[in-house]
Design a protein around this ligand. Structure first.
Ligand code: NOJ
Length: 569
């Protein structure tokens, strides 16, 4: 079966300044590399580490927020959208990253957080000072409370991080006063996007960074910026349809796209959009809106051929050749751990990221790393963009054993420790098996901002550089070979496969995944030529190792006509 593309998505090959179907490396800056020795990653560290990203074969980096911020949600609480946080460096350091990245052929995407800012933002401080009814308050969502004395929140909305989505302020006269809306932490007040001041300000902020040379933006909670008129109560059943995905959000992205398109070559936008039904995603991908939106369908599936296939078909159905696939990010448990845990195959297909991708429980790490490499082999063969979260290429596991006092995620605090939150996927990268903070920091510096467990040394990058069978070697091989093999073919053709295998042809290649714990023969009906990549050693040419992915040349497309195999090892 070949998946045909909706014609409305034919724009998908044009991603502004990015090559079509790019591989994008996600940099969680505070954990990437620390150049100044304060235990926190920074822009100078990123500049030094860009060579490693380029050597992987990536086309772009996406930088999590690095603006001025009190760091209550590690940068997703922005106090000034035109400044770099001093813990990360200066605007000059940012320009140096841009220059170096562009010199290496890497485009740079920033992260735009438009739903909310930090309570430290000058606008919010002015709103607190100015009091009810002021123009300053009208940039945020302040309301009087319910109840006799306004002591109850204005509606029943819940914060994504737990607890009510409203916090009551003290008015300038010291009396308890209005409430403000925060979809996330109370330190992150939501803007009122129905106020034209807000729209104008964000266009100006985008222009500020585009003029510096930034190539595009990932948009945080892109479906959340506008709330339903009148802020009605949520009916309490599942998705809050009055808080998210209002029709007016599309005007915002149309105006952003128009601005981006006014630059030579254009600028790129990818949205983080969570919806109960993927059908509504297509609206965000109209030709005058976002270029792409993340597809988390693969990320939330267990290790199962049928589930993965269904997620791929759904992603291609909704976004044509342009899904922005990801297996991990800074909000979920790392893939190697997820795939090493018991797989919930009998449970109904997961619908949300938290229940599916933030499960605790023991994991078989050797198995998890094998499957994570194989999943990467699957993802990197698909039509669309591939977003890779830093450390995935090292096969890093989730760090569950962080001491309570080291935890920093607001989710941990707002749930009174019931949810571990996201610190475990944000532990600073192990660049070296020895050295300060496992090579993350220079010698003589402060401890890393989140403690690195001793076992993390086993995943050190310098060691993996020397081992031809390391996860790093596999990822590098996959990323470098994906274009020559699959090109930018917009569709795939499934091959009939025995249970537990998944295979398709695309462009000049065949991708085959063995989801089982046993070696499986390559079915004789498959049109495979030379094996180009395998994520596990494959001594026999016609066998797929357990929990692995192989890429073959499509039979007849092998110019050498050889029938041997090329290991990545
Ligand atoms: C989504 C981001 O990915 C997450 O890290 C952040 O905490 C929330 N949005 C709030 O900005």
């Amino acid at each position: 079966m070949t998946l045909a593309l909706p014609t409305s998505l034919a724009q998908s090959d044009k991603l502004g300044p990015l090559p079509s179907q790019p591989a994008v490396y996600q940099v969680y800056l505070r954990s990437f590399r620390d150049a100044d020795g304060d235990g926190v990653g920074d822009l100078a560290g990123l500049r030094d580490g860009l060579d490693a990203i380029a050597a992987l074969g990536c086309d772009a980096v996406w930088l999590n927020p690095c603006y001025l911020s009190p760091q209550r949600d590690h940068g997703y609480d922005i106090a000034d959208y035109r400044q770099i946080d001093p813990s990360y460096g200066t605007l000059g350091d940012f320009d140096a990253v841009l220059d170096r990245a562009h010199g290496l052929g890497l485009r740079v995407l920033m992260d735009m957080v438009a739903n909310h800012c930090s309570a430290d933002h000058a606008w919010f401080q002015a709103a607190l000072d100015a009091g009810p009814g002021s123009e300053e308050r009208a940039r945020f969502i302040f309301r009087d409370g319910r109840g006799e004395h306004g002591e109850l929140p204005p509606n029943n909305w819940e914060s994504v991080f737990g607890g009510p989505a409203w916090t009551r302020v003290s008015e300038p006269d010291g009396q308890p006063g209005q409430w403000y809306l925060h979809s996330f932490d109370s330190s992150q007040p939501d803007f009122d996007w129905r106020n034209p001041d807000v729209a104008a300000e964000f266009l100006d902020v985008l222009r500020f960074w585009f003029d510096r040379g930034v190539d595009g933006f990932r948009i945080d909670v892109a479906h959340g910026t506008v709330k339903a008129l009148g802020l009605p109560d949520h009916d309490g059943r599942g998705h809050n349809s009055v808080m998210w995905d209002q029709p007016e959000v599309h005007e915002i992205y149309r105006s952003w796209r128009a601005l981006g398109d006014s630059y030579p070559g254009g600028k790129y936008f990818v949205g983080e959009v969570w919806l109960p039904s993927q059908d509504r995603l297509a609206d965000y991908l109209r030709p005058d809106e976002l270029h792409q939106a993340f597809d988390f369908g693969l990320l939330i599936q267990p290790w199962d051929a049928g589930r993965m296939r269904a997620a791929i078909e759904e992603g291609l159905r909704v976004a044509g050749s342009a899904p922005a696939w990801a297996l991990s990010n800074h909000d979920v448990h790392r893939a190697a751990t997820r795939y090493g845990q018991t797989q919930l195959l009998d449970a109904p297909p997961p619908t949300d990221m938290i229940s599916a991708a933030r499960r605790t429980g023991p994991a078989d790490m050797a198995l998890g790393v094998r499957r994570a490499k194989a999943a990467a082999g699957l993802l990197l063969a698909l039509p669309g963009s591939a977003f890779l979260y830093q450390g995935e290429e090292l096969g890093l596991p989730e760090v569950f054993d962080l001491p309570d006092e080291a935890r920093q995620d607001p989710i941990w605090f707002r749930s009174d420790g019931a949810q571990l939150g996201r610190d475990g996927c944000r532990v600073p990268l192990p660049w070296a098996a020895d050295g300060a903070n496992l090579g993350f920091s220079p010698d003589g510096g402060a401890p890393a901002w989140l403690p690195q467990p001793a076992w993390l040394a086993r995943f050190a990058r310098d060691d993996q550089e020397r081992r031809p069978d390391s996860p790093l070697a596999v990822y590098r091989d996959l990323i470098h070979r994906r274009r020559p093999l699959f090109g930018t073919a917009p569709s795939l053709h499934w091959l009939d496969s025995p249970d537990g295998l998944l295979a398709f042809t695309r462009g000049m290649g065949v991708c085959a995944v063995n989801f089982t714990d046993r070696p499986q023969p390559v079915p004789s009906s498959w049109p495979v030529g030379v094996r180009v990549v395998t994520t596990e050693p494959a001594p026999e040419p016609t066998v797929l190792p357990p929990n692995s992915t192989s890429w073959f040349q499509l039979a007849g497309s092998d110019p050498t006509g050889r029938d041997d195999q090329r290991h990545n090892l």
